[in-house]
Each structure stands twice: as C-alpha cells, then as structure tokens.
Write a protein that binds this ligand. Structure first.
Ligand SMILES: Cc1cc2nc3c(=O)[nH]c(=O)nc-3n(C[C@H](O)[C@H](O)[C@H](O)COP(=O)(O)OP(=O)(O)OC[C@H]3O[C@@H](n4cnc5c(N)ncnc54)[C@H](O)[C@@H]3O)c2cc1C
Length: 512
C-alpha cells in the first residue's frame, strides 16, 4: 500500500566528528497518500544526535498516550513520552473537549475502571473534574443536559494538564513537551529508533518498542504499515470542530429555557435564525456542557466540513475558519441565546478537534457486523460505554448510525450499549514492536463512533502499556504476546475486561 522510497542509514559516529553519538538520516518521502502537494522531491541527508535508549517511546500525550505511559512505567519500563504541544491530555486539554465520555453508565456505574477511574476520581477530589450523578427530579442537567450524559466527566483543562504533569513526575515517566515525532528507523520488522524534533533540532532515540498514540497512526504510517482513511466509497471523513470555552453564562436562565423548550440543542431557535438569515452555518445544533466552574461551558457547535486532519495546509485552514466561526457564533449566542447575553469567550482550543483520520489496518478489522452480532472476543481488554456518534461528512448535524431502529441496534441490555475493545485492533501489520491505542485503531469507520471517546482510549492505553513489557522483555511481537497474562494483569489493576464484570446496563432514559 505504502510505496514510499525511504532510505535510512544508521551510523554511530562516536569518536568521529563529535563526542555525541549521531545517526545519519536520509529520507525521501514521495508515496501516494502523502498529503504534501509536491512540485518534485528532494533528498534530505543529515547527521543528528543519538540519545540514550528507552524501553518504550510513547508518541502523543493524549488520553491513550498518557495512560499508556503510566501503565508501562508501572510495569517497570523506562518510558519516554513525547507530546507535540505544550500540554498533556490531548483533545481533553489542548482540544478543549473537556468531558471524558464513555466510561460510565447513565446510572453512574463505572464501565472503564483501572487507570481511567483512578485518574478521574483523583482529579475530582482535587476539584479539577466533576463526577456528576443523576438527579431523579430533573429532566435536564447542565453537565451534558441529557440524563444519559451524566456518565461523562467534565474537567478543567488548565488543571488537568498540571495534574498529568504531576502524575508523570510521581511515576518517573520522562516527558518531552513541544516535541514532535518525525519518523522511524526500521530494521527488519522492528523500529529501532524514533526521530524526534523540538527546539533543540532533530534527534534520534533508540528504543525497544513504540506506542503510537498520535491519534493519526503517525508512527505506523511513517513506518510503512498499512493504513486507511475515511469512508469506503469516497474517502470523506467526519467534520472537524474548533471547540471553545465560555464564561459568565447565566446558568439559571439557560436551564430554564431548556426545561421550557425541552430541546438542549436549540434546533427551533436555530431554524428561526436561519430563516431570518442570521444563522448561515451548515450545521443546525448547539452543544454545550458545563465545566467544573459555575457559569463556564464547553461549546462544541461548529462543524468544519472537508478538512483533512492529516493534511498540514487543510488543518491550518480549518483552524482559521474555526476561529472565525467561533467569534461569529459567540456574537449570535450573546444576541439570541438564553443565558448568553453577558457571556464571553474564555479560551479557544489550541488544536483543531479532529474526530477521524487514519486508522491502521491490522490483521483484524472490527466491524459493525461484529457489534450487531454481539461478538465475544477472547482478547477483550475493556469496553466503551458510548454510542454511534460520528457526524456525516456532508451533513454535519446528522449521525447516520445514531438511529438504532434504522441500524438494527435496539437499545437492549445485551447489544449495542457496550462496545468490546479487543487487543488485536491496536496491532498494525508488519512492524512487530509497534502498538496503536486510541482513535487510530483497526476498525470500520462507523465503529469509531463508540471507540474513539476518551475513557475507552484510556482503557486501550492501559492495555498497550502493560503489553509492552512482554514485548520489551522477550524481544517479542505484539501479535504473539501471552493474552491471558495481559488480561490477568489488567484485572489485577482493576480493569473490567469481561462482560460478566460489567454493571447492569439499562437502555437510555432519554434519546438525544
Ligand atoms: C470536536 C470533538 C469533540 C469530541 N467530544 C468528545 C467528548 O465530549 N468526550 C470524549 O470522551 N471524547 C470526545 N471526542 C473524541 C476524543 O476527544 C478523541 O477521539 C480522543 O481524544 C482520542 O484520543 P487519542 O489519545 O487517540 O488522541 P488525542 O486526544 O488526539 O491525542 C493525541 C496527542 O498526540 C499528539 N500528537 C499528534 N501527533 C504528534 C506527533 N507527530 N508528535 C508528537 N505528538 C503528537 C497530539 O498533540 C495529541 O496531544 C471528541 C473529539 C472531537 C474532535
């Protein structure tokens, strides 16, 4: 699939030009699917410093990467975590999607336990997050409005990043912020070095294993593993969003209006605004969730159609369009939306919210049919408690799979309510010491709906981190680790990995 002509030559230059060991990289990258619109190609050759070796390098410090790093360190490995931006937490912090979903039932029972539950509970205890519970007398609550959303955990991104710094420090994970994964050195079927870039320049780090938690299968792609992107029929991906936080919202006024109109998405108001030419966006829903501080809300309304999260220019355009729409939206909210008259923008995400890009193609691709048939996986490492939320690439307010009647998924206790997470969906083909937890897993497009949210991403990260020990210690492959050993270790760490351990799951008390 990937026909990149890449040539990387390793040279330990100790005792030659410098006292620092160096490695020589020579890279020409012209494969199809590489999104740079090239005039022609150039060959880049550079001798770069070679740093000390790690057992595992985790690329990407989002939900899956941070938890993978903590889990690997807990197994006694020497771990380097690299994050391209200045904060750990990924979409929850720098993406401002400050609501960990998919880890609890609407009754507040934990479906994802292990490190996710520990982190959420500790963060809540420190006041950095809130663990809401259902109030029997209320139809709507500001932590997501619909009763079903009480399973989510709203958080303050500017405390969670600090909290995660502390967690890494206590655990002894080496963290490099503002450090980009660039490429890999592959020898045979193993990655032996990872090429990184930060303000010190390019450098290489030898490693025994790599956890690709970039969300975009960046490491897998650069290592020539097979990947896929977008819908089968036309390659189109679900829209991106730029998320912002607002403060000074009059919560009482907003809540009263929602209770009166019984529509937290304000569809009717938006329709009226469209009729008078005020609302010109291609989406028709308003989505807000209260954050830990009173009067502060996370706003996830804008939907940017046609942005490719793996194309540098497209992401840049998306960010600019998103910022423009953020300001336009806020003016409309202030003018027309109950409770927003005196509200202001508190902060805008520093990274674009990308729901879908590349996914690895592993030996196994989990399908919608698997979930319809309630397939049981003997390598299950956790569950997602989330639904079919993946907006249509062209119709951003429509979720093609959300209607259970249409898709054949009934809201029953048995099916469609929890999604199993088999270990095998994290394993790319060809490279033996690479694993990809998070939203770039080997699944059919629509399966991303339930698996991409953050609690299941953390469950995958924890399993990936634990499994890495076997690969590092035995010089083994992620494809043939002792699964029962991994599952036993996960159970010991408190994770739910079997259906029988799940709390009773009732159909939703409300429809969204
Ligand atoms: C608009 C939007 C709304 C959403 N709403 C919710 C919600 O309310 N609740 C929920 O639970 N989920 C939500 N999701 C889904 C969820 O946020 C993501 O699917 C999830 O964060 C994926 O986790 P991850 O660890 O795979 O990747 P990410 O969270 O994307 O983390 C990847 C990290 O890797 C870093 N990175 C990427 N490339 C490199 C590189 N080359 N070098 C170094 N670092 C790199 C990134 O900077 C990032 O920090 C939403 C997603 C979007 C886009």
């Amino acid at each position: 699939m990937n026909s990149r002509r890449k040539f990387i030559k390793y040279m330990s230059a100790l005792g030659t030009v410098s006292l620092i060991p160096t490695t020589l990289i020579s890279c020409s990258d012209n494969r199809p699917g590489n999104e740079v619109k090239a005039m022609s190609n150039t060959n880049f050759v550079r001798e770069i410093p070679l740093m000390e070796e790690y057992d595992v390098i985790v690329c990407g410090g989002g939900p899956s990467g941070t938890v993978a790093a903590l889990a690997a360190k807990r197994e006694g490995l020497k771990v380097l975590l690299v994050e391209g931006l200045g904060q750990l937490g990924g979409m929850a912090t720098s993406g401002h999607v400050s609501h960990w979903l998919g880890g609890r039932t609407q009754e507040g029972e934990w479906v994802v336990q292990g490190l996710f539950k520990t982190i959420a509970e500790e963060a809540a205890k420190k006041g950095y997050a809130v663990i809401p519970s259902l109030s029997p007398n209320k139809d709507y609550h500001p932590y997501g409005w619909y009763n079903w959303f009480i399973h989510g955990i709203p958080l303050d991104p500017f405390s969670i990043d600090y909290f995660l710094d502390e967690k890494m420090g206590e655990a002894g994970v080496d963290v490099l912020l503002f450090t980009y994964f660039v490429d890999t050195v592959v020898e045979g079927d193993r990655i032996t070095q990872v090429i990184l870039y930060n303000r010190s320049g390019l450098f290489a780090v030898p490693t025994k294993a790599v956890i690709d938690a970039t969300g975009n299968a960046e490491v897998a792609y650069r290592s020539n593993c097979e990947t896929m992107k977008g819908r089968k029929e036309d390659g189109k991906m679900t829209p991106t969003s730029l998320v912002f936080h607002a403060y000074n919202v009059n919560e009482q006024e907003l809540t009263q209006a929602i209770e009166k109109n019984r529509d937290p998405k304000f569809r009717d108001l938006i329709r009226q605004l469209r009729e008078i030419g005020e609302w010109t966006f291609p989406y028709d829903i308003f989505i807000c969730t209260r954050l830990p501080a009173k009067g502060e809300f996370y706003i996830n309304t804008c939907r940017l159609v046609g942005i490719d999260g793996t194309d540098g220019r497209s992401v840049s355009e998306g960010m600019k369009r998103g910022r423009e729409e953020t300001h336009q939206l806020m003016s409309l909210f202030q003018k027309y939306f109950p409770g927003f008259k005196n509200a202001r923008i508190k902060s805008v995400a520093s990274q674009l919210g990308v729901r879908e890009t590349r996914r690895i193609i592993g030996d196994y691709v989990m399908t919608v049919e698997d979930l319809k048939n309630d397939k049981v996986f003997d390598d299950c490492i956790g569950f997602s408690m989330y639904g079919w939320d993946l907006p249509d690439p062209n119709k951003p307010s429509v979720q093609p799979f959300a209607d259970d009647e249409k898709t054949g998924f009934k809201q029953t206790v048995q099916k469609g309510l929890t999604t199993p997470l088999p270990f095998r969906i994290m394993i790319p083909k060809t490279i033996k010491n690479l694993i990809c937890p998070g939203r770039a897993v080997s699944v059919e497009g629509q399966v991303l709906g339930p698996v991409r949210v953050m609690a299941p991403c953390m469950a995958m990260g924890e399993a990936a981190g634990i499994a890495t020990k076997q690969v590092v210690m035995g010089n083994a492959s992620f494809t043939n680790i002792d699964i029962e050993g991994l599952r036993a270790r996960l159970k010991e760490a408190g994770a739910i990995i079997d259906r029988e351990q799940l709390p009773v799951i009732y159909p939703r008390v409300d429809q969204i």
